[in-house]
Design a protein around this ligand. Structure first.
Ligand SMILES: [Zn+2]
Length: 265
């Protein structure tokens, strides 16, 4: 886990905002080794977090009993995000957007790479940008409503620009995962009728960077969780007319200003 955190802490945007994070580790002793669904769907193991592959019929989707996860996470003080490391070498993970929980296979060589992607889901409420695993009835064309996630849209670049939706203000900008921000068709498990901001970001493939759209959303989520003001004088009292309010803000490295808010999304 410490190796995974080291890699995570060196990956943007975690790297620049590392001072916002306090990391605690809770060790659990399981009566049996391994987790359910490894190596095949019929394998069942009675483990404290009930971690299991083949969630929703997908081999690599690694679910856990969220109630138990929260129970054990309670041994650490005030957890905002929980990363569940499963004792398995089989590739897999999951990000629970509603529950602030991410899972990953601790024994897989790509374990440290899986976690930032899953945290993209659990912290940033980001969508998957890959175009496979379409749910059978949907075929290869997306036919659902406009997704809520910041990094996926039914709109092409023109439709994003007029009337200014989702990542319209990033269109044409360089992005750390390569190329420029545009509306690239494919994502959200389907090939057509849905667009992603960049060609190949971490929400599409491992060993990649988040694109700027996702990076911005992650940073906004950090600030939604962390109180960025350490101290204020006067504290807890109204400032009299003509008076002075002094605030001490949480230190982040130079150049990492709080993102602006109130943009049209
Ligand atoms: Zn994903």
């Amino acid at each position: 886990m410490s190796r995974t955190w080291e890699l995570l802490a060196n990956r943007e945007p975690f790297r620049s905002y590392r001072t916002l994070f306090n990391v605690w580790r809770v060790d659990l002793v399981s009566p049996v080794s391994g987790v359910s669904g490894d190596p095949t769907a019929d394998v069942s193991r009675d483990t404290p977090l009930a971690a299991s592959y083949w969630c929703d019929g997908l081999q690599r989707l690694l679910c856990a009993d969220i109630e138990q996860v929260k129970h054990y996470a309670g041994f650490a003080p005030d957890a905002d995000q929980v990363a569940v490391l499963a004792n398995s070498g089989m590739y897999g993970g999951a990000g629970y957007t509603e529950e602030e929980v991410a899972t990953f296979a601790g024994g897989h060589p790509l374990a440290a790479e899986i976690l930032p992607h899953e945290l993209g889901h659990s912290i940033g409420d980001l969508a998957d940008e890959y175009d496979y695993y379409a749910f059978p009835d949907d075929g290869s064309r997306y036919r659902g409503p406009e997704p809520a996630e910041a990094n996926i849209s039914k709109k092409n670049a023109d439709q994003l620009l007029h009337p200014r939706k989702k990542w319209w203000y990033w269109l044409g900008a360089d992005t750390p995962d390569g190329g420029v921000i545009d509306a690239y068709e494919g994502g959200y498990y389907t090939q057509f009728g849905i667009y992603r901001p960049s060609q190949n970001s971490l929400m599409k493939a491992l060993r990649r960077e988040f694109n700027v759209v996702s990076r911005e959303k992650m940073i906004q989520s950090f600030y939604a969780t962390v109180r960025p003001i350490d101290a204020a004088v006067p504290s807890g009292a109204a400032v009299a007319p003509g008076g002075t309010l002094a605030i001490e803000v949480l230190a982040v490295p130079p150049g990492c200003a709080a993102p602006s808010t109130g943009r049209d999304t």
